[in-house]
Design a protein around this ligand. Structure first.
Ligand code: SF4
Length: 482
């Protein structure tokens, strides 16, 4: 009897999918779906950056120690028996348990015990998938020593016994999951499914069964709650009377239930509902949007572009603050604050319109990063009379739209809503990061300028989109007595 007959093979690399979706883990291990192999540029960039980081750590270890690369499970065992100081690309397995793992490094300490170590681009060693992977390597090696993580900003962290519980849960649940003959039944989650390579496989099933979590704002626990009271499909929810509907998890109170029912009606009939007055602040509107790069090595996120659309001399002018690299991060921030002061002096009634909380959160993070919470411009931006205005707020508070997600592009690109199309149809947040990283790598000055122009064009379209959204909302401000 082989080990796989006793226990299915478990790899710590499954931890990422396991934290996302049971079905995804099952499909990756037991499914027969042929994946579209076309390369996603953002995934490729993350992969390349990961490799770059791993090579940097390898070089650093080579400068200090003897490093040998393992070529097989047997070779890893032999290198360990030989007492090699650092084993690169180690291969470990436990046939009885059905465990297989490939730590980037095994590092021998002064007592001759090996510690597993991984290079991770992330800056957060508490991330569930990182805890599980490193916890799993410790278990495979049977060591009490903590595992080492070389983080993206070149700092190191240790993962010890605190990761044992989550690692055991992962192993136990993986065994149950991989013993299933059929793919597990799960609920739709827009944030996870829309980025999943199995979307084409799963979505038709969700649509055919009118899965409740297809509706914006209905999470798995709310859907389960609705099922308990006999509402099992979108049609049943759409036909429900929200006035008498009992509370379900995450949907407590009449307003949330009303939204859920109207959202179901909107899904089925493409209807738009106005549920509250639309309030837009009075003043001179400057539209504002940032582009940032999380694939950095010195700061958490680097905002490389702070873009604005401002009414200057009777026309809407695109203006921006740009920084070439993260070395200029602080300069970009200071230039941004100067730009705000410039608008403040031009427009005493300034409204800085942006979409979602991201811009405010980022200003907050930058103020902390450079200890500038008491700076006058920062206090103006984040204080009680802040000019910042999140345009997602009036949409979410006042409208129910035929959408599964209320992102700027979802609302603006929809032909029956704002109907604004970006000049480059393939552009987006991830696209912008890919282009910026190409810009960083590019040596040819002409190509570099072209890339910058494309990124600026994308950001310009983002701020034009928030302007178009404003123009779409204004006529809907009614005098109706709410
Ligand atoms: S599309 Fe959604 S349900 Fe299907 S495997 Fe991916 S995350 Fe899971």
């Amino acid at each position: 009897m082989s080990s796989a007959d006793i226990h299915p093979i478990i790899k710590p690399s499954d931890a990422v999918a396991w934290t996302e979706c049971d079905r995804r883990v099952w499909l990756e291990n037991k499914g027969s779906i042929i994946q579209d192999k076309s390369e996603n540029a953002f995934d490729k960039l993350v992969q390349d950056k990961g490799m770059e980081h791993e090579n940097k750590i390898l070089k650093m270890l080579r400068e200090k120690h003897q490093v040998c690369e393992a070529t097989s499970f047997e070779d890893t065992k032999m290198l360990m028996a030989d007492g090699v100081k650092v084993i690169y690309q180690a291969q470990l397995k436990n046939d009885i348990e059905g465990f297989v793992g490939y730590p980037d490094f095994l590092i021998r300490n002064k007592d001759g015990i090996y510690q597993p170590a991984d290079a991770k681009l992330s800056l957060n060693p508490k991330k569930k998938s990182i805890q599980i992977q490193l916890g799993f390597y410790r278990k495979l090696l049977g060591v009490d020593l903590p595992a080492i993580v070389y983080l993206g900003d070149s700092s190191t962290a240790e993962i010890g016994d605190e990761a044992n519980a989550i690692t055991e849960t992962f192993i136990n649940e993986m065994r149950i999951l991989l013993a299933k003959e059929k793919e597990p039944s799960v609920r739709y989650s827009h944030s996870k499914c829309s980025a999943c390579p199995y979307l084409e496989h799963c979505k038709p099933g969700f649509q055919a069964s009118e899965e409740l979590s297809l509706i914006y704002g209905i999470q798995a626990r709310s859907a389960k709650g609705f099922e308990k009271i006999g509402i099992k499909s979108i049609t049943e929810l759409a036909n429900a009377d929200y006035e008498t509907l009992p509370d379900v998890p995450y949907l407590k109170g009449s307003l949330k239930k009303k939204r859920a029912v109207l959202q179901a009606r909107s899904y089925l009939n493409n209807e738009i509902f106005n549920i509250a007055p639309i309030n837009l602040p009075k003043g001179t509107w400057v539209h504002f949007d940032i582009e940032d790069n999380a694939l950095t090595t010195t700061v958490d996120k680097h905002v490389y572009l702070w873009g604005f659309l401002a009414p200057i001399n009777g026309e809407n002018k695109f203006e921006y603050v740009w920084t070439d690299t993260e070395d200029d991060d602080e300069k970009g921030w200071i230039d941004f604050l100067d730009k705000i002061e410039e608008y403040r002096s031009l427009f005493s009634d300034l409204i800085l319109a942006h979409f979602s909380q991201h811009e405010r959160t980022t200003i907050n993070a930058y103020a902390k990063r450079y200890s500038m919470e008491q700076n006058e411009t920062v206090k103006y931006l984040l204080g009680d009379d802040s000019p910042l205005f999140d345009m997602q707020k009036p949409v979410l508070e006042s409208l129910v739209l035929p959408l599964q997600s209320y992102g700027l592009k979802d609302i603006c690109k929809h032909p029956e809503l704002v109907n604004f199309q970006w000049e480059d149809a393939g552009s987006g947040g991830q696209w912008s990061i890919v282009q910026f990283n190409r810009y960083l790598e590019e040596k040819d000055i002409k190509v570099k300028e072209k890339l910058k122009k494309e990124i600026l064009g994308y950001n310009r379209d983002d701020v034009i989109a928030t302007l178009k959204l404003e123009e779409w909302l204004r006529p809907q401000i009614s005098n109706k007595d709410w």
